[in-house]
Design a protein around this ligand. Structure first.
Ligand SMILES: Nc1ncnc2c1ncn2[C@@H]1O[C@H](COP(=O)(O)OP(=O)(O)OP(=O)(O)O)[C@@H](O)[C@H]1O
Length: 259
């Protein structure tokens, strides 16, 4: 493909692909520190988008603003065309059922079995699903998809870190979210287990046709999983592109991510 054709096809993509969310000119300051200073981001349907930024650069602040847990100072945030800054609590709660979270440390409930952990979101969001027919079947299917049906009656403490992460992913998927937010999905895992989680993320995306936003410091995870990477530097979306495009850049701030 020539360079011109490549640009044309990208422009077409931007014009025609459905946006799952859109953040425009987001600003958030704490005291005298501008953490986000005009940050833009959009997630297209079906894509795996990676965000990279140094520790303390504002990635968590951005995610909290995105899901309505933190109020930005200014800027607009739309999730599936709904402006989340104007939604009431009930509508925001409903919209959140379209979003699956896989946050650091997997955050399973220690006092519940694997089965109970997976049943929890089903009970909580009965309204979205209507009368839940066979809860057992949904739970078993979700566990099967991450290869862990045999752990159904175990407690989280009886599972390895990688298994806990997979159960947490099964739990995030059980409500069939359209968007998944991953915050450091491979942190604290050994390289082999991290690779398994990355493979699982790719499979999940293909199987469920989800659109994913992935925050990671793990350069191997970014390389394997991303279709597009956005770099958060100095409070703005400093650069974006494929892994290869960014890795080939001679901009020092971009290069710093690939050393
Ligand atoms: N509630 C808060 N009150 C004051 N400052 C905050 C608050 N939340 C975040 N910050 C500050 O905002 C900056 C960005 O924090 P954030 O947690 O978003 O970074 P991060 O990019 O997610 O870092 P890491 O990769 O280490 O998780 C930090 O300087 C942090 O101290």
């Amino acid at each position: 493909m020539s360079r011109l054709e490549d640009i044309q096809s990208r422009v077409e993509d931007v014009l025609t692909r459905k946006r799952m969310f859109e953040i425009r000119d987001l600003k958030k300051r704490f005291g005298s520190k501008d953490v986000l200073n005009g940050f833009n981001l959009e997630l297209f349907e079906g894509e795996n988008l990676v965000i990279m930024g140094k520790s303390g650069s504002g990635k968590s602040v951005m995610i909290k603003c995105l899901v309505g847990l933190m109020q930005p100072d200014s800027g607009s945030i739309k999730i599936m065309d709904k402006d989340i800054t104007t939604l009431n609590r009930k509508d925001l709660d409903e919209l959140r059922t379209e979003i699956g979270f896989l946050f650091q440390g997997s955050a399973l409930y220690d006092s519940m079995t694997v089965r109970e952990n997976l049943e929890f979101p089903l009970r909580r969001h009965k309204r979205k699903l209507g009368v839940i027919g066979d809860t057992d079947q949904l739970v078993e299917e979700a566990l099967e998809n991450v290869g862990l049906l045999s752990t159904i009656d175990l407690m989280p403490a009886e599972l390895s870190g990688g298994m806990q992460r997979r159960v947490a992913l099964a739990r995030a998927l059980i409500l069939r979210p359209k968007i998944i937010l991953y915050d450091e999905p491979t942190s604290g895992l050994d390289p082999i287990t991290a690779k398994e989680i990355v493979e699982l993320m790719r499979r999940v995306q293909r199987q469920y046709q989800t659109s994913s936003l992935i925050i990671t410091h793990d350069i191997d995870c970014a390389r394997v999983v991303s279709e597009r990477i956005v770099l958060l530097v100095d409070g703005v979306d400093y650069a974006q592109g494929t892994f290869e495009e960014l890795a080939a850049s001679d901009d020092e701030k971009i290069q710093a991510f690939f050393k």
